[in-house]
Design a protein around this ligand. Structure first.
Ligand SMILES: Cc1ncc(COP(=O)(O)OP(=O)(O)O)c(N)n1
Ligand SMILES: Cc1ncsc1CCOP(=O)(O)O
Ligand SMILES: [Mg+2]
Length: 506
């Protein structure tokens, strides 16, 4: 069954923003959108001619009807036209959070001012929002103007953005997304910021020049709400919502005499629409004063893999490396997690030598210094290793680099380094490694592969066995990596042959 997401917002008779935009964006991400209308605005592409807020009775009847039968996983709040509406909605949200079997996640897009400049709310709504609504909000998505209205912080640079986010967190909001669509800083770029308190993310996209951007705020927040309902973590929902808006702005056209609406074109499948993940060491990172502990170690663009990766065995001993190579596996990874293991250096050296002897590709997990020293075919690194490892040395040695990713944010982060392959995991639950909260599933894999397969060899890992291998390969992923499906098989040679057949590889 589809996840249910409510939008509590105003109707836009022009069809470009409000409820109408919300439902289209939600549909694009495959959730079922329900609506609670707060006002029947009379608007067209030129002006907001009337607001026509609904009575609290009408508003409440919609909430009660939905709560009875269609409780939401995520509730997106948009325009609340009166102080009385703010109080009523806040009261129902508090009640839902207290009493529903699964408390809803509340996403608030503080629609204070329409893109055409008209004020959509009563003058004294801000005070009521701070007192009643913000304490029940989980995620807030203000633009520059709305951030300033709510925090009093004038967004003149990155530290002001962080300061404003801290003020929003202080209202009790755990996740803050500040949209930079109106900054134009650095020139020609749109920079957005998200903070979960302990982690912060910056995204950058080249500004898209179009006057037809009506409804972008509503659509962004609704896309984000839908992705949260699909269990994407905030950083991935942030990426997808941004890609959705970029895609929609590029395709937006005039409808009416004024400003046309952002287009709604379904899940974003074109990598060109995706934002750049901004890290220290990049020029955008420098503009934002992001720290970079080892700029001299950074590198992008690594050696190419010489052939299809095929079945990829990930094993923890030299003996297993040799057994897999001898059984015809062409890509093998030595994954020794104990940094103080006796004979670590000799094991790595021997595994690399076996690779050369059998004509296979041996990747070394984690121990990049020893891998460089002994001339490995490749090195596999996790996300946390990227900031520490000497990528420049790996690149100069001509060694291939594989990088793990768990979701869209990490995928785009890895893309900055242009590695030799990208691994997506964990596709299914696994007992080999603690992957709590990082299980992607086949659906997400189906989204990752078309975005990246044109640029890199791709690998799926995590919980893959013979029964699952065919479905995984059907996503178009280039390689399937397994641990237990080989090491715990009754007969590993038979298992290797069957897995190779299932994924259509030699
Ligand atoms: C092919 C492949 N994909 C992912 C991983 C995981 O690597 P990493 O994130 O570095 O985690 P550890 O393996 O070090 O626990 C992998 N090893 N191989
Ligand atoms: C190392 C690793 N990285 C993501 S899942 C995983 C373990 C995969 O092991 P298995 O194939 O036994 O599930
Ligand atoms: Mg590792």
């Amino acid at each position: 069954m589809s996840e249910i997401v409510w939008t509590i917002a105003g109707s836009d008779s022009g069809g470009g923003a409000g409820i109408q935009a919300d439902l289209k964006a939600m549909h694009s991400f495959g959730v079922h959108g329900c609506s609670v209308v707060t006002a029947l605005t009379a608007q067209n592409s030129v002006a907001v001619e009337a607001i026509n807020s609904v009575s609290n009775e009408v508003l409440e009847s919609q909430i009660l009807a939905l709560a009875k039968d269609m409780p939401a996983k995520v509730i997106k709040i948009g325009m609340l036209a009166t102080v009385a509406q703010v109080e009523l909605v806040a009261e129902h949200l508090r009640y839902a959070k207290r009493t529903w079997a699964v408390p809803p996640v509340v996403v608030y897009d503080p629609v204070a001012i329409a893109s055409s400049g008209e004020r959509l709310t009563e003058e004294d709504t801000i005070a009521a929002l701070k007192q009643h609504l913000l304490p029940v909000v989980d995620v807030i998505t203000p633009n520059t103007q709305e951030t300033q209205l709510l925090t009093g912080v004038y967004l003149i640079g990155p530290s002001a953005v962080r300061e404003a986010a801290a003020k929003l967190h202080a209202f009790g909001i755990s996740q803050v997304v500040i949209k930079g669509g109106h900054w134009d800083y650095p020139k020609g770029y749109c920079i957005d910021y998200a903070s979960c308190g302990d982690e912060a993310f910056w995204l950058g996209s080249a500004s898209i020049q179009t006057p037809h951007s009506h409804g972008t705020g509503c659509s962004f927040a609704s896309a984000l709400a839908a992705c949260l309902a699909k269990d994407y973590p905030l950083k991935d929902a942030f990426i997808l919502a941004k890609a959705y808006i970029n895609q929609g702005l590029k395709a937006a056209v005039r409808i009416g005499e004024g400003f046309g609406p952002v287009a709604h074109l379904g899940f974003p499948y074109d990598l060109d629409d995706y934002p750049q993940v901004i890290e220290g060491g990049s020029w955008l990172g420098d503009e934002l004063d992001l720290p970079c502990p080892h700029p001299e170690r950074l590198a992008a663009g690594f050696a190419s893999i010489d052939d299809e990766l095929g079945l990829y065995a990930v094993v923890d001993s030299v003996a297993w490396v040799e057994k897999c190579l001898a059984a015809g596996v062409k890509t093998v990874q030595l994954r020794i997690k104990d940094a103080d293991a006796a004979n670590l250096a000799t094991d790595i050296q021997t595994a690399i030598a076996h690779g050369k002897l059998y004509g296979g590709r041996v990747f070394i997990n984690d121990h990049w210094q020893l891998a460089i020293k002994h001339g490995a075919y490749g090195i596999h690194l996790g996300q946390e290793d990227l900031a520490e490892a000497d990528l420049a040395a790996i690149q100069q040695a001509g060694i291939c680099l594989g990088v793990s990713t768990h979701g869209f944010y990490e995928m785009l982060r890895a893309h900055q380094y242009k590695p030799s392959y990208l691994a997506f995991g964990a596709i299914y639950p696994t007992t080999t490694k603690d992957m709590t909260g990082q299980i992607q599933g086949l659906n997400k894999l189906q989204h990752f592969v078309p975005l990246m397969a044109e640029h890199y060899p791709t690998v799926a890992i995590g919980g893959i066995n013979l029964e699952r291998a065919t479905a995984v390969a059907a996503t178009g992923v280039g390689s399937v990596a397994v641990v237990r499906a080989i090491t715990e098989a009754e007969d590993y040679r038979v298992a290797i042959a069957q897995l190779q057949q299932a994924i259509g590889s030699l």
